[in-house]
Design a protein. Structure first.
Length: 311
């Protein structure tokens, strides 16, 4: 090979090397190269800008300097496994990383294994910042959860609304029918609630509804479900409870509510309740029996619990 040909090849090699360096330095994504022990050998400007470090602050340092403390052992082990393994590419993965200012951000990282001038393997890692996308996804997730909550819950009290509550009752009825377990419901409303609204205003009335339902929830079992049917009318679903035990539970709740003062005005309220137990019937009939029993409680002087006649 003559000198001219050797010179041409050298020039091409130099050009290729410069072009590769230019591509790395101008790339809009972060690129780094780490040695077999995980120390930085190369970091491009985008990589430095993303993490907030100067090049000289990273070169020679272990790559876990940009990894949150809790993840460092795991990330270091993964690096070593990749260096020692046979795969030339690492699957694209999502990671949380830590910038110099302490900010935690999210990246997509993909890596390839190359051979260094010394014949030893190196890891080239490419990173893309997806922090804003993750934040948007989280906001959308929270918004969807909020919409789902609104669709199934009463906004004032946080209880299941009528539609979701009746679906819950249907599920419990099917479970009771399938396994032969008892099921009772209690329908109750607050006595003379209109007078409270007329005297103290609807904002005070709303506050009473919030506080009363919270008090009732505290007195119920974890397996019981309180539902707002509308206005000051509520339903309690009591799985695996017969009519007598449901009556005793509602009597206890009636006493607790009657002995508690609500709102800053220290107002007292009472409730009237009707209890019905499930025996091979539909949701509509069960609620109808509970409603009639509650009406009897009202007609009998209020502030009492009445059990519906057997269906």
């Amino acid at each position: 090979m003559d000198n001219a040909t050797t010179h041409d090849l050298y020039q091409r090699f130099q050009r290729t090397q410069r072009n590769t360096e230019n591509v790395i330095n101008t790339a809009p994504l972060g690129i780094c190269i780490t040695d077999p022990k995980g120390h930085f050998e190369l970091v491009n400007p985008s990589y430095c800008e993303f993490y907030g470090y100067r090049e000289e602050e990273l070169l020679g340092k272990h790559f876990t300097i940009v990894v949150p403390q809790a993840y460092r052992p795991t990330m270091s082990d993964l690096h070593d496994l990749f260096i020692e393994g046979e795969d030339n590419q690492e699957l694209r993965q999502e990671w949380e990383v830590r910038c110099k200012n302490g900010e935690v951000r999210t990246i997509i990282a993909e890596a390839a294994r190359i051979e260094g001038d010394d014949g030893q393997p190196r890891k080239v890692t490419f990173i893309v910042d997806i922090t804003q996308r993750k934040q948007l996804e989280e906001r959308l997730k929270q918004a969807n959860e909020r919409l789902d909550h609104i669709a199934h819950h009463d906004e004032l009290t946080g209880l299941l609304n009528r539609r979701a509550g009746l679906q819950c009752l249907e599920q419990e009825l099917r479970r009771s029918s399938r396994y032969g377990n008892p099921l009772s419901v209690a329908m109750f409303d607050l006595d003379n609630f209109k007078a409270i609204n007329d005297t103290h205003g609807h904002s005070v009335g709303d506050k009473i509804l919030e506080e009363v339902t919270a008090t009732v929830n505290q007195a119920l079992r974890e397996t019981d479900v309180q539902i707002r049917l509308g206005g000051e009318e509520f339903l309690v679903v009591m799985p695996e409870v017969n009519a007598e035990h449901a009556r005793l539970a509602m009597e206890r709740i009636r006493r607790i509510v009657g002995q508690t003062t609500f709102t800053e005005q220290a107002l007292t309220v009472t409730l009237s309740a009707g209890v019905a137990s499930y025996v091979e019937t539909s949701t509509t009939r069960l609620l109808d029996h509970a409603d009639k029993a509650m009406y009897q409680a009202k007609q009998s002087g209020r502030n009492r619990v009445v059990v519906a006649s057997p269906m």
